[in-house]
Design a protein around this ligand. Sequence first.
Ligand code: HEM
Length: 444
Amino acid sequence: QQLPPTYKEGLPLVGNLIAFAKGPLNVVQRGYQSCGDIFTFKVFHKHITFLVGPKAHEIFFQGTDDELDQNEVYAFSVPIFGKGVVYDAPLEKRLQQLRIMSAALRPARMYGYVDQMVLEAVQFFRKWGDQGQVDILESLSDLIILTASRCLMGREVREQLFEKVSKLYHDLDQGMQPISVFAPYLPISAHRKRDKAREEMVQLFRTVIQNRRRRNVKEDDMLQTFMDASYRDGSRPSEYEVAGLLIALLFAGQHTSSITGSWTGMLLLRNKDVFERVKKEQDTIIEEHGDELNYDVLSKMNLLHLCIKETLRMYPPLILLMRKVLKPKFYKEYVIPENDIVMVSPAASGRLENVFKNPNAWDPDRFGPNREEDKKAPFSFIGFGGGRHGCMGEQFAYLQIKTIWTVLVRSFDLEPIGDLSQPDYNAMVVGPRPPCLLKYRKKK
Ligand code: HEM
């Protein structure tokens, strides 16, 4: 068996690095055109093998943890999540930590979270007043951190410590720069602030945890799930680990959800036909359930669900997913050797013409009952990843975005301002380039 074809760009030595830094998505798309669904792209000593399209994705998503490893490629998260937490933990412990996180996100827990989401959204949009103009990405970032602090970090944080936690989150977030991927410990000001914020965050959660234990109270939030969880040997996660798991979930859900929520609205407002149908869907649901908004009611919003999914096909916030090859993997006549980095791209694969008909058109019905374009082959739609490490917050994210647009559509007349933004591919989590403006007027 032979190595995958090599794809090159520009000048020898530096050409590939420049091309990758300028736009990794272009590299995937041009590499695919030139070499097909598997090719290797060398950046200095690193060999990155791209797998493009449903068939090739199988290699990536069906790989086991001892074949394809996440720790090294996601090592940049360690100064944020903490030593010994998720991508810094040995495999056995990491899998147990992921199991603890997934317990906090299992379907039965969603009922309670939705009630919190609705409460936050209603309060938040009430403050908009009768009419005005907003940047929807800024607004949704503010709202989603409020919801996250309530569902994830708990009542104490939401009611008494919110200002402090948002400031710490801001410093942690700013500590994740593109340079941090290559040099996570480089002594720059952003990294120093990040490290200080992490220490303070751990201290803050230590106090909340100890207070709950002292007063013997239990809350219905993810913090409580982590506090009560145990590893297989019966030991409990330390307070340091509990704080790390909370931060990890906060990071997994914050930008991804605010970005997807913003694109969904921006596309919806610019596609009048679909927008009218979404409003009709709301009317029908109101006729049946009145103003009540809960898990069961949200679950009936099929068209809104499809709009979010279609948005994620075209504008996934995580444009590249990666693993390090620990054991050689085989695909067609090729072998991907140990130490290669393998990557799949939700952004490139969402636009493949041989998978999605007319892929540059926003068309939520392509996922609807009669077409189901993503069902023709497994791993066609990978906006939430797939396989053993697929997103465990998928349902939470859909519910959150549906809640937001339900409250907005029911409360306001909405109009987009300007052209649709372009994606900002320089960001770590890719969202629309600002501004993302819309006009609103309260419904009578
Ligand atoms: C994993 C996307 C929201 C928690 C992933 C992965 C993707 C993804 C692509 C796979 C990463 C990989 O294979 O390397 C998204 C998008 C979201 C979203 C597009 C919003 C629209 C959330 C939320 C949470 C969450 C709200 C939690 C509250 C996680 C976790 C993992 C994950 C814990 C790791 C799973 C594992 O490794 O086993 N997400 N996510 N995500 N996501 Fe999400």
